[in-house]
Design a protein around this ligand. Structure first.
Ligand SMILES: [Zn+2]
Length: 579
């Protein structure tokens, strides 16, 4: 099918029930850094993000707000989700909404093909449904209610009563795919990453899969089942298909062949949907499974339990208004090992901003460029004879390009940054040791001064190119100051050290200006009482021992839903009809 040569990367499509918080932004930035890296390396790249707009929860929220669900979705997309992408400088190639015609029509096409192939049957279903989770619950998912719900069984995540539903639904024969999925995981050990997520999913599938109820009859905000318009498609089944409907499935075969399969970046809370249900659906349709499913970790807030006023209350622009989008991007990509849980705190953000971006990188750039201006009137000098220290800088320069690229190929963004920072540190150490300001005082050492500043400028240009996918604004400013030829995003990343300059540097404004008021209270140092509208997540009692909130909390289903993916798709099909 596909030759797999392109790098097609996706985020989950985000549920428009709420407004974005830093967990969503984290997922977006990670996918964006990977996309920008591959794009700049010359790989054919396609980066998709979008919104998930169907389902009972959206319908109820819209109704509660006195608008139609489509009006509600339009409003959230326009005022919250599209602006988020600007706030954190996302370079997506496409934005799909599940209310797009290209999506709705081809979800129906996909479903019809599965039906025709015998993978869908009708069955009776009775079960406890939680609207918050948009999911049927097993008895083990329920707990005794308290307070006003005393005496009732409630959803363990939402602490609200579930609804006993009895429906005649359509079912997908997911149980047929237990063995094919296990074979897939074994044949392709990196299909699910990281290892912790892979292990959890493999042991889940080993227990055997049950069939999946894929339609709903009790409400109508969804895509109609093509052969029975009294049913709408289960919202997860609908949502997962965005990854192929955006890529041309059903209407642009050439595009689809070129793009598919994709690398999916998701929060680990929804890895199961992506690594179990989704590949089973694709296998049933005779399509390639995704290239990879990567489930990243959760953001913890200083080890504290999530609450409305904390993590979920932090809107991305609360950070970017003070620190800028580059610092937001750098911080989350460098401070957290991609794939593991990580803690966010204003103190850590502020400290890293100052130490790594302002002092480590920004000052280095300013000092070197200022010296070229001062000693050589802005003309980048030609080097004299190289010494060991100069050679070492050049060696590090080449090595970190290779190391960072290799790390990115494993989606280890934090490792790539740590490699790049070896060059920052090497250059800072070089300047300190070579003391160009002292060389400048001795005319007989003029050649040495030229070599040192030349070497430092070369290193800075390589840094600008390597950091462009992570801190695009700062990299572009530095590029201009270095007299870089052309647009920095056109410079081949895997040979960054061959970058070209027109030979003259220009004054550089501080890349990461000093931020004065980082302290407790109402400033950015405060974690309390943010202005941003806070969605209403239930803290829940996830299996993880640390109280935590998912990085991509409501990456698709709402903050509560992290547990949704840790449960078996709950179905009890009885007396299935032959279809
Ligand atoms: Zn629930």
């Amino acid at each position: 099918m596909s030759d797999g040569s392109s790098f097609y990367i996706t985020t989950p499509i985000f549920y428009v029930n709420d407004v974005p918080h830093i967990g969503h932004a984290y997922t977006e930035v990670a996918a964006d850094v990977l996309a920008r890296w591959h794009r700049q390396a010359g790989d054919p790249t396609w980066f998709l993000t979008g919104t998930d707009e169907h389902g009972q929860k959206i319908l109820r929220t819209a109704t509660a707000n006195g608008v139609s669900p489509k009006e509600w979705a339009d409003r959230l997309v326009e005022t919250a989700w599209q602006p988020l992408l600007k706030t954190i400088n996302i370079s997506n190639d496409d934005f799909i909404r599940t209310t797009d015609e290209r999506h709705e029509v081809n979800v129906q096409l996909f479903l019809q093909r599965l039906f025709d192939a015998g993978y869908i049957y009708t069955g009776e279903y009775e079960g406890f449904y939680c609207v918050g989770c948009e999911e049927y619950k097993q008895p083990s998912d329920l707990v005794d209610g308290t307070g006003q719900y005393e005496g009732q069984q409630v959803c363990a995540i939402h602490s609200k009563p579930v609804e006993l539903l009895q429906e005649r639904n359509y079912f997908f024969r997911m149980s047929d795919f237990t063995q094919p999925l296990l074979d897939l995981y074994e044949a392709n050990p990196t299909f699910i990453q990281p290892e912790s997520v892979r292990n959890e999913i493999v042991s889940f599938v080993k227990q055997g899969l049950t069939d999946l109820s894929i339609s709903r009859q009790t409400f109508d905000w969804g895509i109609k089942v093509p052969w029975d318009d009294t049913h709408v498609v289960y919202v997860w089944f609908d949502a997962l298909l965005n990854y192929i409907t955006a890529a041309g499935y059903g209407y642009d075969d050439e595009k689809f062949e070129k793009l598919w399969p994709a690398t999916h970046i998701v929060g680990k809370d929804i890895a199961r949907f992506h690594a179990v249900i989704w590949p089973a659906m694709l296998m049933a349709a005779g399509l390639d499974v995704p290239k990879q499913v990567f489930g990243h970790g959760w953001l913890l807030v200083g080890g504290e339990k999530m609450s409305k006023s904390k993590l979920t209350g932090i809107a991305p622009n609360q950070i970017t208004d003070t620190f800028g989008s580059d610092a937001f991007r750098y911080y989350f990509m460098s401070a957290i090992n991609f794939g593991q849980d990580g803690s966010f705190s204003w103190e850590d953000l502020s400290a890293r901003y100052q130490a790594e971006l302002a002092n480590g990188f920004g000052n280095l750039a300013s000092r070197v460029i200022a010296m070229v201006n001062r000693y050589f009137d802005g003309e980048i000098p030609d080097p004299g004879i190289s010494e060991g220290a100069d050679e070492r800088v050049r060696t590090v320069e080449r090595r970190v390009v290779d190391d960072a690229d290799e790390a990115i190929s494993r989606l280890a963004i934090h490792e790539a940054l740590s490699s790049i920072w070896e060059l920052v540190d090497e250059l800072n150490g070089y300047i300190t040791a070579q003391e160009p300001w002292a060389l400048a005082k001795k005319p007989e050492l003029q050649d040495r001064l030229k070599t040192v500043l030349f070497t430092a400028i070369r290193g800075l240009g390589t840094l600008a190119v390597l950091l462009s996918p992570v801190v695009p604004d700062a990299a572009a400013k530095l590029w201009t100051a270095l007299g870089g030829v052309g647009d920095i995003t056109d410079v081949a990343l895997r040979t960054a050290y061959h970058w070209e300059t027109d030979g003259k540097v220009w004054p550089l404004e501080p890349l990461f200006p000093r931020i004065e008021t980082i302290e407790g209270g109402d400033g950015p140092g405060s974690q309390s009482a943010p202005d941003a509208p806070a969605p209403a997540p239930a803290p829940g009692t996830p299996a993880a021992s640390a109280p935590s909130t998912p990085a991509a909390a409501d990456s698709n289903r709402g903050p509560e839903s992290r547990d949704a993916a840790t449960k078996a798709p709950a179905v009890h099909a009885v007396a299935p009809d032959a279809s």
